[in-house]
Design a protein. Sequence first.
Length: 150
Amino acid sequence: MTQQVLVPMDTSGPATAALEYALTRFPDAEIVVLYACGINEADGSLRERVLRSEFERERIRRERIAEEIFQAAADSAEQAGATVSTALEYGLPIRAITSYAEDHDVDRIVIGTHDRKGLSRLLLGGVAEVVMRRSPVPVTVRSAGARTPE
């Protein structure tokens, strides 16, 4: 049975490093690139606070970002002789990532981190750190400076 590896991505260097790691470390796995669009379609309170047209503009902007991320991921995979599938989820990234892993029989998550330390980590938190704690599957965390295995 093919292993399924989930790689949550944004436009950051650590996310790119996570994808490169997954492509190298799990060459026979199905790699799923996930973009968590921070807009929640079901959030009625947001629609009440923001004009519908602004909500729609922001949704379209984030979906374009997802398309760019997916294309860059496909290009990276092609260079590595692999392919990726993509998933666009709406909602907060932590919940979107862990819910996707639960709902789609993911075997592992490979996620990038900015390696924040001290006060900035305390104040800003870290998606990777919370995903590690809440994930139903093993999580590998990669930073942009980490060396990818050969």
